[in-house]
Every structure is written in structure tokens, then in C-alpha cells.
Design a binder for this molecule. Structure first.
Ligand code: NAP
Length: 294
């Protein structure tokens, strides 16, 4: 039987690499869409695997250049996209990448008769409708629903890669944390989330919310990062209003940067606990990352 072909957009990122690996493990032919093929030849900064030899085909394209995505879905059965703006890029907004870039992919998928589109948005989007990245995700979700294609929207909590940033911050011995740090999250490992994403290829479920197996307060996640590097925890809490004020000022000087940062500020105000899944634990991830980056 012919292998099914899946286009994975965002393949070079934290989640994308695990998704490429999981699709390939289950026998799919993976066409990986990246901007820079060199990047996927080595392990990523949060231990995500290299995928240059796992993908059946590597293609290049940029969400901000819809022409570069034309015919990218030729001979593809299924599209999976976690292509999104998570770090500031010069003069690029979430609307450009998360909404319009994915819309260009969707148009191409429809033109080539793709049977299913799986898209990664965020958990609790309804609590953060004004955050640029969330707004852009949800505008694309609306397009997806209106397109008539069979779809699944995955709504995850924070990834272990975000917690990986905490580990690099605590290396100085001191951590600034926005808010009281008592809000809760059940972060998820990329490999555990990838299984949910690939299961969605064979499921009729239009929406899946997913978090990791353990729930922590943000203070606990930071304390664990200190423990992993063998330092005594020292956290200074910054009032949320200072984060809001900083965002307001940055918005005048650099709107795209404020757009990306507003997500980080907003998730510090709410609990983010989604249905628990997976087997990977944050402390093990911290220990492994601490060892690798010592
Ligand atoms: N991180 C979290 O905690 C979290 C939680 C919930 C939902 N999400 C969502 O999940 C998705 C994946 O997150 P992640 O943490 O895996 O992000 P990531 O590591 O930053 O990966 C993002 C991917 O999108 C690609 N990309 C960015 N701009 C692009 C452009 N202009 N053209 C083509 N590709 C572009 C990146 O390519 P390059 O490698 O070339 O930059 C990368 O492959 C995002 O949409 C994010 O909003 C993340």
C-alpha cells in the first residue's frame, strides 16, 4: 500500500521536529517545510531531535512569501502545521505568519485536494482574545472551519521548551518572575504532544486540548530548574502591572516585539491546565538539559 504523505509546516521548531519524527515512525512519508535546511541537521536547543535524515523530503518556503508556498501541497494527503511566530522577527507579525502564512498553506492544500488539515493553536484562547498571537491563531482557525476541509485543531498548554528558557535564566543564580507565580500549568513534552498530533490524523475529533501529566505552579517550575542546576532558589517577583506597562511602552517603539511578548505576560495571569496526557516529566527534562548545557 502507498505510504500517506504529510506536509509538516514548522518542521524545524520544537514541536515540529517531534511531529516529523512521530509521523515517520508510524510509516508516513514526511515532507518537511523549513526556512533553513541547515538548522535541522543538528539537535535543537531544547533537545528536540535533528530531522534532516528522518524527513522523506525537505522543502523550503517562508510564510511571509506566499509565492514560496505555492504547490507545496502537490501529492500531499495531509497537512500538519505548527508554523508560527514565537520569537520576534524584524517587521514580521503574528498576523503575517500564524494567520496569512497558514492561510496560504490552506489555499494550496484545497487546490491540491488534501483530505485533512491539522493545526496547532493554543489552550485557553478564549481567555486571551486580544493577544496578537492568539488572535492570529484564531483567525486562521476560523478560516480553517469555513474552508470545508476536514480538520483538527490542537490546543496545547506550554511546552517543555518554554520551561527550558527558565533553566537558562536561573543559571545566573537569580530569576525574575512576572506575577506571584502561583498560577498553574501542566506543561507538555514535544514527544508526548507529537503523539496526540499524529493520532489526530486518524481521528474525527475537530478539537483536542492537551497538557502534560503533572501540574505545577510557575514558582514550582522555577524551583525545579534551580534544583536541576544545583543552586538555591532566588526568585524576585515583578508585579504584573509592570509587565503590562512595559508592553504598552514597547508597543510604541516596536509593535511586533510587543505582540510576541504580550503572550508571555498574559499566560502569567491565568491557570493553564489542560486534560493531562503523556509520560515525560519536567524534572527529567530539566536534568537532561542541565547536563547537556552545563
Ligand atoms: N511553545 C509553547 O509553549 C506553545 C504553547 C501552545 C501553542 N504553541 C504554538 O505551537 C506552535 C509551535 O510552537 P513551537 O514552540 O514549536 O515554536 P518554534 O520552536 O518557534 O517553531 C516555530 C516553527 O515555525 C517556523 N516559522 C516561523 N516563522 C516562519 C516563517 N516566516 N516562515 C516559515 N516558517 C516559519 C519556524 O521556523 P524557523 O525554525 O526557521 O524559525 C519553526 O519551524 C506555534 O504556533 C505556537 O504558537 C506553542
Amino acid at each position: 500500500m502507498k505510504k500517506k504523505t504529510v506536509l509538516v509546516a514548522g518542521a524545524s521548531g520544537y514541536l515540529g521536529r517531534y511531529v516529523v519524527t512521530e509521523f515517520a515512525r508510524r510509516g508516513y512519508a514526511v515532507r518537511a517545510l523549513v526556512r533553513n535546511p541547515e538548522k535541522i541537521t543538528t539537535e535543537g536547543p531544547n533537545l528536540e531531535p535533528p530531522i534532516a535524515d528522518t524527513a522523506w523530503e525537505v522543502v523550503t518556503g517562508d510564510a511571509t512569501d506566499p509565492a514560496s508556498l505555492k504547490n507545496i501541497c502537490r501529492d500531499v494527503d495531509l497537512v500538519f502545521s505548527c508554523m508560527g511566530l514565537t520569537k520576534p522577527q524584524d517587521n514580521v507579525t503574528s498576523e503575517d505568519v500564524d494567520h496569512q502564512g497558514n492561510k496560504a498553506l490552506l489555499d494550496d492544500a484545497l487546490a491540491h485536494g488534501v483530505t485533512k488539515f491539522i493545526y496547532v493553536s493554543v489552550f485557553n484562547a478564549h481567555l486571551m482574545p486580544e493577544v496578537d498571537v492568539v488572535k492570529a491563531h484564531e483567525l486562521f482557525v476560523d478560516d480553517l472551519k469555513a474552508s470545508g476541509i476536514t480538520y483538527t485543531v490542537i490546543r496545547p498548554t506550554g511546552y517543555f521548551s518554554d520551561m527550558g528558557m527558565f533553566l537558562s535564566m536561573v543559571r545566573s543564580g537569580h530569576m525574575f518572575l512576572l506575577g506571584e507565580g502561583e498560577n498553574k500549568v501542566n506543561p507538555i513534552h514535544g514527544a508526548d504532544l507529537a503523539k496526540i498530533c499524529v493520532d489526530a490524523a486518524e481521528s474525527d475529533n475537530p478539537e483536542i486540548c492537551a497538557g502534560g501529566p503533572d501540574t505545577y505552579t510557575f514558582n514550582e517550575t522555577v524551583n525545579m530548574a534551580f534544583e536541576a542546576i544545583g543552586k538555591k532558589p532566588w526568585i524576585t517577583h515583578i508585579p504584573i502591572w509592570i509587565g503590562d506597562a512595559a508592553l504598552f511602552v514597547i508597543g510604541f517603539v516596536n509593535k511586533p516585539l510587543a505582540g510576541v511578548l504580550s503572550f508571555a505576560v498574559t499566560v502569567n495571569k491565568i491557570d493553564n491546565v489542560a486534560p493531562a496526557t503523556g509520560t515525560n516529566h519536567l524534572m527529567d527534562f530539566y536534568r537532561e538539559l542541565a547536563k547537556k548545557t552545563a
